[in-house]
Design a binder for this molecule. Structure first.
Ligand SMILES: *Cc1c(COP(=O)(O)O)cnc(C)c1O
Length: 462
């Protein structure tokens, strides 16, 4: 499989090259040149299989030129062995026709572990074979960074630097980044917000001298390997509810559009998904755009679902690429307009988006009320991001199609909001109950590209 850029001006790469590169050199995002389609029989045969087996069958066509079959099976096995639930992504029923897909049983209690644990093993195997080392730099609003640090800690082919906004991540998120003792992982508390951190990482990728000097690699959700890992649980969930013989819909608490875009890929692969519903908090640029109001940046307003506090959803570029008929130059032009504040989506592209996506926005009060109501009516304590999803899903649910809401984080990752809503303090799973006692290691640093690059150069292993 070859990988191409959404902006049409970067060289085609193999899976391994696209994974190790992250952002394309024309500023675009990599996508497979063609999306493989699974037959209805092959999809039906996934029902009842272990998660790892489903992962292998769904992802194999995308990676087969880069990894051997047994090697890839071992990578998958290692990626998910640290999860706290044998099903990896269990489904729970909320009411007649509404289900919760629990994606928080990984080592850092958010869905990002599904992709990051896999990518850690993929990087390690690929780099060992090439005899190379890379420096991974990522920006996080909390969950990506903790997932990356856990996935790469102790691997000898990588150094990892994670930029997070100082004072703006939850204590559990911060501790998950600052307590691993491995010398190849580094947490950097930046004086700025998430968009500043994300912009700094983008600037490092565009500083080709620095990029090549430290062999920069990215694992933010723009990395296609991450999207691919997330495609798997759409298949496991849908087939356990009767797909391909029955359609299902998904509602996805959305920030950077990576998770829901994986659902779109699953649909293009032949999984009978009826609707893909984007759920946003008060940072609702995607909801406004999908409601026909154009894609215009505002200011990020901090919320109780901080992993969705985003103004520019990087992966939306991939959806636009398909909505604009795979026209890279049209996408490049939109992204230029975005630098000036935003753009309107053409009528044809809006129609293409509406064929697959719905959307809804949830206020802070509605989020708290949904946490409370879900505990009262379904005996489930949910995190604020999941609550945003549940509320939007209930608004979009129809009787004859099961709705699956993605439960993106464990409630114990966001204890303050959960307790405020429900009066219940969510305990950490016992396997990490000493998190608050472990010593922390973190560098506070100015929001300044020079200072950041200098720090990274001085701290990578020789
Ligand atoms: C990252 C994250 C999201 C948003 O996912 P995207 O792929 O960025 O849209 C939602 N909820 C939680 C808990 C997250 O960590």
């Amino acid at each position: 499989m070859k990988y191409i850029s959404t902006r049409g001006q970067a060289p085609e790469l193999s899976f391994e090259e696209a994974m190790l590169t992250g952002l394309a050199r024309d500023g675009g995002l990599y996508l497979p040149a063609e999306i493989p389609v699974m037959s209805q029989d092959d999809i039906a045969a996934l029902a009842g299989q272990p998660y790892e087996e489903i992962a292998f069958r769904v992802m194999w066509p995308y990676v087969s030129g880069s990894f051997a079959e047994d090697e890839f099976k071992e990578i998958i096995a290692r990626a998910y062995e640290g999860f706290g639930h044998d099903a990896r992504a269990p489904l729970k029923q909320l009411n007649e026709n509404h289900f919760l897909l629990e994606l928080f049983h990984g080592p850092t209690l958010a869905f990002k572990d599904f992709a990051m644990q896999l990518i850690g093993q993929l990087f390690q195997v690929a780099l060992k074979r090439r005899g190379e080392r890379v420096t991974i730099v990522g920006a996080t609003s909390g969950d990506t960074g903790s997932a990356a640090i856990d996935a790469f800690r102790g691997l000898d082919a990588v150094d990892v630097f994670i930029l997070f906004p100082h004072g703006r991540v939850s204590e559990v998120q911060r501790r998950q980044m600052t307590t691993p003792a491995d010398s190849n992982v580094h947490a950097l508390a930046v004086d700025g917000d998430f968009d500043d951190c994300q912009a700094a990482v983008k600037d490092m990728f565009n500083d080709f001298e620095f990029r090549d000097g430290v062999k920069l690699a990215g694992v933010n959700s723009i990395n296609f390997a991450r999207v691919l890992a997330q495609v798997v649980y759409y298949f496991s969930a849908a087939t356990s509810l009767g797909a391909p013989h029955r359609k299902v819909s998904f509602t996805v608490p959305t920030g950077n559009f990576g998770d829901i875009f994986a659902g779109y890929i699953a649909k293009r692969m032949g999984l009978p998904i009826d609707r893909l519903v984007v759920a946003t908090n008060q940072n609702d640029i995607l909801h406004r755009c999908l409601s026909g109001q154009g894609y215009f940046k505002g200011d990020t307003i901090p919320s109780i679902s901080p992993s969705m506090d985003i103004q520019v959803s990087s992966n939306f570029e991939r959806a636009l690429y398909y909505a604009y008929g795979e026209d890279g130059s049209a996408v490049a032009q939109l992204m230029d307009e975005l630098k000036q504040g935003g753009f309107n989506v053409s009528q044809g592209a809006m129609e293409a988006l509406s064929e697959n996506f719905d959307s809804g926005r949830v206020s802070e009060d509605e989020t708290l009320a949904t946490i409370k109501a879900t505990l009262a009516h379904s005996a489930e304590l949910v995190c604020p991001h999941t609550a945003v999803g549940i509320k939007v899903a209930e608004d979009h649910r129809v009787t004859d199609v099961p709705m699956i809401t993605l439960a993106t984080a464990h409630p114990a990752k966001f204890p303050a909001a959960v307790e405020k809503a429900s009066d219940v303090h969510p305990p950490l799973p016992s396997r990490m109950s000493d998190l608050y006692e472990r010593p922390e290691r973190v560098t506070r640093i100015a929001n300044d590209l020079g200072a950041l690059e200098d720090h990274i150069k001085r701290h990578i292993a020789e």
